[in-house]
Design a protein around this ligand. Structure first.
Ligand code: ZN
Length: 275
């Protein structure tokens, strides 16, 4: 039978299949092949012997926390305290694109902005909608719940943006500690907690904020380039155009014409290490 590993505890993998959870052992052969079963893995298992027989190919895998096959990430972006940062937004978007995770932009703390500030920011966010991203506010809980259906999701974003608060709103049972508060009180926080996927609104959700350790160095310039989705549509005359020094670069043209957000282009240059 086919299922998904939703939790790993000591040497037992808990496999969810049609709303039942089976505590399975993994075959010793995985160790020889250097395959470690991971939360999020889709597996073939024997439901009577309770043994995982095969780990199916992964769409993606992350190390911190260790989890695989993430379909989508809600990028929790604060507008104030911490301040809205297009740099951070682009960084998250690009990292998600490169890992084949669909990003959903979810802004928080709209109430701390003046009407004018908010209008300015939404003007910019409209650009992200135009290039194909879903943008919503953390007040739109019904929309968020609908988006969870049938997907494996994580919530990620800058510290203090309100990830834990949102997760708690979606499932009050979790009662996650908000990291920033406990740090302020000087209590050390355990970062090695077990990752678990929970069933929520017909989807699966990782019960802890994710992807704290993602950085660029491990990705090629080519990969970073292809993560800027709107650059793809520009059809530069040279297919290997790096959109930097080339003369007939359509991306640069579109930036000049303000069809591409200048900050996106500048962040691209920064991410690939060009000044
Ligand atoms: Zn170009």
């Amino acid at each position: 039978m086919k299922g998904q590993i939703v939790k790993i505890s000591s040497d037992l993998c808990f496999v969810n299949c049609e709303n039942n959870v089976y505590p399975c052992k993994s075959r010793g052969i995985f160790r020889k092949e250097h395959i470690t079963p991971t939360v999020g893995d889709y597996v073939l298992f024997h439901k009577d012997k309770l043994i995982i027989e095969k780990i199916l190919p992964r769409k993606n895998i992350f190390q911190r926390p260790k989890v695989s096959n993430i379909d989508q990430a809600f990028l929790i972006i604060s507008l104030k305290i911490p301040d809205f940062s297009l740099y951070l937004l682009d960084k998250f978007l690009v990292l998600m694109e490169m890992n084949h995770v669909e990003p959903i932009i979810c802004i928080t703390k709209e109430d701390l902005m003046t009407k004018e500030e908010l209008e300015d920011i939404w003007d910019t966010l409209k650009y992200y909608e135009k290039i194909g991203y879903t943008v919503l506010s953390n007040q739109e809980l019904d929309k968020i719940k609908k988006l969870l259906k049938g997907k494996t999701s994580v919530f990620t974003g800058q510290t203090g943006a309100g990830k834990s608060t949102l997760l708690n709103q979606l499932n009050p049972d979790w009662n996650l500690e908000t990291g920033e508060v406990s740090k302020a009180l000087g209590r050390g926080r355990h970062t090695t907690r077990v990752v678990e996927l929970f069933e929520l609104y017909d989807g699966k959700v990782m019960d802890t904020p994710g992807f704290s350790a993602l950085e660029f160095p491990q990705y090629s310039k080519e990969k970073i380039k292809s993560a800027f989705v709107e650059f793809q549509k520009c059809n530069c005359p040279f297919s290997d155009c790096s959109h930097t020094k080339e003369e007939e670069c359509r991306v640069k043209e579109e930036v000049m014409k303000k069809n591409i957000l200048e900050s996106r282009y500048l962040h691209y240059l920064d991410f690939i290490g060009v000044d």
